[in-house]
Design a protein around this ligand. Sequence first.
Ligand code: HPA
Ligand code: ZN
Length: 345
Amino acid sequence: MSPSRVAAFVAALPKVELHLHLIGSASLDTALALARRHPDGGVPTEREALRQYYAFTDFPHFLRVYERVNRLVTTAADVVTLLDGLAAELAARTVRYAEVQVTPVRNRMAGIGYAALAGALTEGRALARERHGVELGWVFDADALLGPDGAEETVDFAVGHRPEGTVGIGLGGPETGIHRADFAPAFRRARAAGLHSLPHAGETVGPDEVWAAVNELCAERVGHGIGAARDPRLLEHLAEHRIPLEVSPTSNLRTGAVRAIEEHPLPVLHAAGVPVTLATDDPGMFHTDLNAEYQLCHEVFGMTVPELAEIARTGARAAFCEPDLRDRILAEIDQVEGAAATNAG
Ligand code: HPA
Ligand code: ZN
């Protein structure tokens, strides 16, 4: 199939996006507007300078920039603005459902009270549905830098406020010198309250942290998880237990988690039978979108149209959305794939 035909197929393909962060989803224009409102925030207020600011030297540098941008989001209205912009972007990429990572403790530190945050999420979710036709779910992620206490506070928010659409508990931030296992008590409490376990693990480190996410945090999906590629036994475990990895190739390239896109282990994960879903992580900061990630899989890893359709199905099956919505997305994927096959033949 010609490159333009694949691009048209990807654009029409109904998709879910299971790993993206609220703050990192802000478009360049939205981030600029926030930076200009807080000129002392240390974030560039000119377009080209902001673009340059998003050229990350390594993963810790990315986390520092992310934290600075997080501090610009200071009101409930900002959160609604971010969600409105995000939903518009998702709709433009034929994304029907997204699980958005929100870091309530960081939002609280930036000045947004918990009740106001919960209200903004509810308002933004309704807006996403009504204005853009996109359904949103929430993953409340703890920042590992804030330690187990921060994770407990995250669970307090998720369980205490539980805004509509709450799906699970997550864990982001650095992995070097901070272990997933330290967060087991908070994850246990979240799971007991009916929340799904959706931590990042194995983004910048090897398989040990992915094992810890699976064994200690009872992860039902793993954010990134690319470190698993170095351990055949772990790959077998993920494949056998159908634990999906939320893979974000462009993110991994931009943060330096992989040296070159050709070295990205996605093909290894896929070939081992591990369920793989595609995600953007922080599309505004990494200059990407979900269609671009699918396109990349075709161009760099040689994935075919049926394989891309299967990745979209894996995403729909791994999503914690309403079963009706999942069935509708799966039926739409069949339809779009069928039409592409007819056109190609
Ligand atoms: N990993 C860890 N923390 C993050 C990420 C990520 O990919 N994105 C935003 N915060
Ligand atoms: Zn992430």
